[in-house]
Design a protein around this ligand. Structure first.
Ligand SMILES: [Zn+2]
Length: 232
């Protein structure tokens, strides 16, 4: 499985080196007509499980919405966003908002879109904050303002040197608000797994005064063999 994935990655890299940019579909890697996704992949992304794929979880009283299960094409796009910093991947994922069910609570016009700040080392390494890219695409899609509201607390002490209590306190205060928040917030992230990171951001935003918070992620983890995330 791992070897297969590696091999597929190597083949894709080779093809991408041979073909000019945009000539291959970002989803299946087949020769495309210059579109980011071929018609088949676009259909798969936008129409598969149309009503069943949005999921809403409760995170400490905050609705956390995810647009697609973290598999197949949505997963590929998240990986392209994360590792390739591809703006088009962010746009395609944000475009999924157009498939939102009626019961998705549309953010009010004064809502500010923000993101989970990446660890500084990761931002340096990839020269990009992929969460920011996705948040900006979502904000464009919803015609809302987008700006940073949180920062990661700098921590020069390696976690290993701290005792358990210190470590937990550190994690609880992993994010600090950049200023007071007296407007609704839409927190955007790529994948919702356990929700721990989102919960920490929610706590920080609440400390800053945020009363209305909504979480939106492109995908959510599925771990029950395919039934999770389906919602009537
Ligand atoms: Zn395709």
């Amino acid at each position: 499985m791992r070897i297969g994935e590696l091999l597929a990655g190597a083949v894709r890299a080779l093809r991408e080196a041979v073909y000019p940019e945009g000539a291959l579909c970002a989803g299946c890697g087949k020769v495309s007509d210059g579109a980011y996704l071929c018609p088949g992949c676009r259909r798969e992304l936008e129409h598969s499980d149309l009503l069943a794929s949005w999921e809403c979880r409760d995170l400490d009283g905050v609705q956390a919405w995810s647009m697609r299960p973290h598999r197949n094409l949505p997963r590929k796009l998240v990986l392209r966003l994360k590792h390739g910093a591809e703006s088009r991947a962010a746009e395609e994922l944000a475009g999924l908002l157009r498939t939102a069910p009626d019961y998705f609570p549309r953010p009010s016009p004064d809502t500010v879109v923000t993101w989970v700040p990446a660890p500084r080392a990761r931002t340096r390494e990839r020269c990009i904050d992929h969460g920011r890219k996705l948040a900006e695409a979502v904000a464009r899609e919803l015609r809302l303002e987008c700006r940073p509201l949180l920062k990661r607390r700098g921590n020069d002490n390696p976690q290993a040197r701290l005792n358990r209590e210190q470590r937990e306190r550190n994690l609880r205060k992993a994010f600090v608000p950049l200023g007071p928040v007296d407007y609704p917030v839409l927190l955007v992230d790529d994948v919702l797994t356990t929700g721990t990171t989102a919960l920490r951001c929610i706590a920080a935003l609440r400390n800053a005064g945020a009363k209305r918070i909504l979480v939106l992620t492109a995908t959510h983890a599925v771990n029950d063999g395919g039934r999770a995330g389906r919602r009537a």
